[in-house]
Design a protein around this ligand. Structure first.
Ligand SMILES: Cc1cc2nc3c(=O)[nH]c(=O)nc-3n(C[C@H](O)[C@H](O)[C@H](O)COP(=O)(O)OP(=O)(O)OC[C@H]3O[C@@H](n4cnc5c(N)ncnc54)[C@H](O)[C@@H]3O)c2cc1C
Length: 379
């Protein structure tokens, strides 16, 4: 067993950290406050090859391992969790399903743009009546000559307002259950693809979240991703990859809490000594530090399993469950350590506290992860 990163990985991680400290951290508060999408950051990350770092080299990517991509996600998320979340999302929920299931023509059409950060993608699965229960979706795709006509509504779709491509899911045969769901790569501007409500959120406010409506949306048949009926499998595989990105993001949210807690507790004097000298505070810090190591090992293990070409679904669920609950627990402790100052808008602990919560909900709730993990244990 070797826990050491390669020299190349260390170098990539150091450049990602340098970039994040210079270009992301200084604007993280403003992105949150004004709910701004960091267009320029993603353009620069694209130029540096960090958007497509683990995309295959023949499609403009860096050809690096998934672990390396996750190290970059971590560094970005350390500076701004919302931006890190979007970095992980871009590969996991958009790049991964295209790399894994698309035909050659589709790969050539979408991957170089996604790898260079010029294209943005939106994974469009959730519906108003179908969240955890994906099979309850009602969006349909009816074949009519050389097009599919899509009708239905998707909700909570990240990136929808700026997406160039929608990885979207609809039933081509509702009677067949999950095996009747199909996936599509739908270009922006396709007639009948319209945006609905745009949502204001408590956290990860730099990400943009909206409804996507399909109103007699005529999608050319060559936009089908995989075969008819592959949709459920493609959606689950994308979510598995996305969950590892989410786990990387949450690990570093907890890390940011530790950094903040150490800094603040050493400087805050009560009863004539720094609060860091109180055992109660030290125990918070010890628990954070231990959980962060456990979280990092779990998510890197899941990424490693994926890099081995093995089934990584269970490892991804375990990592996502543990890491997100770790982040939620420790952001609360970080606010606690800062007392009233941690509760005031503008404090980093307050922003991290709000950012952490989505990680127990998005890309499958903690309860959904427990269903997957218990299902595997009981089989
Ligand atoms: C900011 C944000 C961004 C998002 N981005 C995207 C995106 O880009 N693309 C996309 O497709 N979706 C996206 N989502 C949707 C997200 O994946 C769903 O919100 C999530 O899967 C939960 O679905 P739901 O909100 O409908 O909750 P529900 O499924 O209604 O669940 C409500 C509660 O019931 C629990 N529950 C449900 N079923 C069970 C059960 N069988 N056993 C035990 N407990 C259960 C859940 O765990 C949860 O606690 C996003 C959501 C948010 C908030």
């Amino acid at each position: 067993m070797d826990f050491k990163l390669s020299e190349e990985q260390e170098l990539i991680r150091a450049s990602a950290r340098e970039f994040a400290l210079e270009y992301i951290e200084p604007i993280a508060g403003e992105l949150d406050e004004k709910s701004l999408y960091p267009y320029e950051v993603f353009a620069k990350l694209g130029e540096l090859g960090m958007m497509g770092i683990s995309y295959p080299a023949e499609y403009g990517g860096g050809g690096q391992s998934f672990i390396t991509s996750m190290l970059v996600t971590e560094e970005i998320a350390r500076a701004c969790p919302a931006t890190g979340f979007l970095h992980g999302y871009s590969y996991g929920l958009v790049g991964h399903p295209i790399i894994t299931f698309a035909n050659e023509e589709q790969k050539k059409k979408w991957l170089p743009g996604l790898a260079s950060g010029k294209f943005v993608g939106a994974f469009s699965l959730t519906e108003p009546g179908a969240g955890t229960d994906v099979g309850a979706a009602t969006t349909t795709a009816v074949k009519d000559g050389d097009v599919y006509i899509l009708n239905g509504a998707k909700t909570f779709i990240t990136n929808a307002i700026m997406a160039d491509v929608f990885v979207a899911f609809a039933f081509t045969n509702k009677d067949a259950g999950p095996k009747g769901m199909s996936a599509f790569l739908i270009p922006k501007g396709t007639p009948g693809l319209v945006l609905g409500e745009h949502f204001d959120k408590m956290g990860i406010r730099a990400s943009q979240t909206s409804e996507v409506l399909f109103k007699d949306c005529a999608v050319p048949a060559d936009c089908l991703l995989g075969k008819e009926g592959d949709g459920f499998r493609i959606a689950m595989s994308a979510l598995d990859a996305g969950r590892i990105g989410m786990a990387a993001t949450t690990t570093v949210i907890a890390q940011a809490c530790l950094d903040e807690s150490v800094r603040y507790s050493k400087g805050r004097v009560q009863f004539k000594k720094p609060i860091s000298s109180q055992q109660a505070i030290q125990w918070f810090i010890a628990d954070m530090s231990t959980d962060i190591d456990a979280a990092r090992f779990l998510y890197l293990y899941a990424a490693w399993v994926k890099d081995q070409g093995k089934s990584f679904s269970l490892a991804a669920s375990k990592a996502k469950l543990f890491c997100s609950e770790c982040a939620v627990k420790h952001t609360s402790k970080a606010v606690q350590i800062q007392g009233g100052y941690g509760y005031i808008k503008g404090s980093k602990a307050e922003r991290l506290y709000r950012d952490a919560k989505i990680t127990e909900i998005g890309e499958g709730t903690s309860e959904a992860q427990r269903m997957i993990i218990a299902g595997a244990a009981l089989r």
